[in-house]
Design a protein around this ligand. Structure first.
Ligand code: KIV
Length: 265
């Protein structure tokens, strides 16, 4: 079974083949994703909200993410596993960035890391790559800057913002990132960036004009009530789970479960 490499991901752009990516936080989901040949799995810091119930992605720690990265790596034998650098694991210094990125590879088993931010983190991106670790950039709407941006807002609607995001895309590419996530940007800007950079763009809330797409698995499977405009719900697992658990509870109350089929004689 061949493991997907960063070269395979970059080839998608060369071949003009759009590719789908999802987040994964546990062993079973990673196995399921492998079964349908998802090439890249992101252990996102969105785990802060969907796994740990935090209000934003800001509080999650390296330790809390490393446990999830390990589980995902056990489940996926094919996908390239990208671990998300949590808030304050790389911002303060290049040394922090290299050390923490290294932990995801060495302790977690990931094949690459992702970090939020553009030109201002060029030194961090270069140093991480110099240590032998592939990097995915993340520009546009930056969830870790929630307080600075007064919430989650689409970025790049004004010319000034759009030019800044395009500059960020170029800077991240020039620093050596092998792909870049574009989050929450208008479609014309996504198109321009995708046509300008030579590395694959992976969009979330950034239109079809990206080389790939990423969704938070819990959102696309309908596991929670949240449904931002950019999410397409491919299932309504919340309803299915609630109904299943309710049926189980009723069966137990009515002594329908366990039945003779479920017991040992
Ligand atoms: O943490 C995450 O899941 C992400 C994606 C939304 C790109 O960064």
């Amino acid at each position: 079974m061949k493991k997907i490499t960063i070269r395979d991901i970059q080839k998608f752009k060369g071949d003009a083949t759009p590719f789908a990516t999802i987040t994964a936080y546990d062993y079973i989901s990673a196995r399921n994703a492998d079964a349908v040949d998802i090439p890249l799995l992101l252990v996102g810091d969105s785990a802060a909200m969907v796994v740990y119930g935090m209000d934003t992605t800001i509080p999650i720690s390296m330790e809390e993410l490393i446990f999830l990265v390990r589980a995902v790596c056990r489940g996926s034998k094919k996908a390239l596993i990208v671990a998300d650098m949590p808030f304050m694991s790389y911002q303060a210094s290049v040394e922090d960035a290299v050390r923490n990125a290294g932990r995801f590879i060495k302790e977690g088993g990931a094949g690459a890391i992702k970090l939020e931010g553009g030109s201002c983190y060029g030194d961090q991106i270069k140093a991480i790559i110099n240590a032998g670790i592939p990097v995915v950039g993340h520009i546009g709407l930056l969830p870790q800057s929630y307080h600075l941006t007064s919430g989650y807002r689409i970025k790049g609607k004004t010319n000034i913002e759009a030019n800044k995001i395009l500059d960020d895309a170029m800077a991240v590419q020039d620093s050596g990132a092998f792909a870049v996530v574009l989050e929450g940007v208008p479609s014309n800007l996504a198109k321009k960036i995708t046509n300008t950079v030579s590395v694959p763009t992976i969009g979330i809330g950034a239109s079809k004009y990206c080389d790939g797409q990423v969704l938070v698995t819990d959102d696309m499977l309908g596991l929670n009530d949240l449904s931002p405009k950019f999410v397409k719900k491919y299932s309504n697992l919340k309803k299915i789970i609630e109904k299943s658990v309710k049926n189980y509870v009723n069966d137990v109350r009515l002594r329908k479960f366990p039945s003779y089929k479920n017991i040992y004689l």
